[in-house]
Ligand binder design. Structure first.
Ligand code: ZN
Ligand code: ZN
Length: 180
């Protein structure tokens, strides 16, 4: 029988990190939290180690990220999040409405899974892929009725008079036949 902490303890040692109570608590919180924010990690970790400042949680996360056993993700417009699933080039589905983050396996299976149209000489090792949209719960609550085409609105711009003659150049007549 092994407590869940023992896995974290082993990983800390394997990563060359000194094992401390805050590190164990933070790593455990990341693993349980899915893709938790720093605040969520602190909420889970605090009861286990007593007082641990948010700054201390940041410092631990920095160490864990640097050791490669925690991955930091920064969805645009969202809080920084952390996860313990590392090294498999998986991607994320993110809900624009509730910010739920879901793992999705890389469709190719290795990085970089996209090839740019031009690499400008770069040695590319990763393509960061985020699938933005609405989760099923949010999609079902949002009124999806399409915008009506407003029947009372004015018609569009006047049509071009079809009777206007087209100013097409005539066929080339440069070659003159000189009849002697
Ligand atoms: Zn959602
Ligand atoms: Zn993930």
């Amino acid at each position: 029988m092994s407590a869940p902490e023992s896995i974290d303890l082993k990983d800390l040692r394997a990563a060359g990190l000194r094992v401390t109570a805050p590190r164990l608590a933070v790593l455990g919180a990341v693993r349980e939290g899915g893709h938790p924010t720093v605040e969520e990690i602190a909420l889970i970790a605090r009861p286990r180690v007593g007082a641990v400042s948010t700054q201390a949680v940041y410092d631990v996360l920095h160490a864990l990220t640097g050791a490669g056993i925690v991955r930091r993700i920064e969805p645009a417009g969202s809080a920084v999040r952390f996860e313990s699933r590392v090294g498999d080039n998986h991607h994320h589905l993110i809900c624009r409405s509730c910010a739920t983050v879901i793992d999705v396996d890389c469709a190719v299976g290795h990085a970089p899974c996209l090839v740019p149209s031009a690499d400008s000489g770069f040695t590319i090792d990763e393509a960061e892929v985020v699938y933005w949209g609405l989760c099923p719960a949010c999609a079902s609550t949002i009124d999806t009725a399409p915008v009506n085409p407003s029947p009372g609105s004015k018609p569009g711009p006047p049509r071009v008079n079809p009777n206007v003659e087209q100013d097409e150049p005539r066929a080339r007549q440069k070659e003159e036949t000189a009849d002697d």
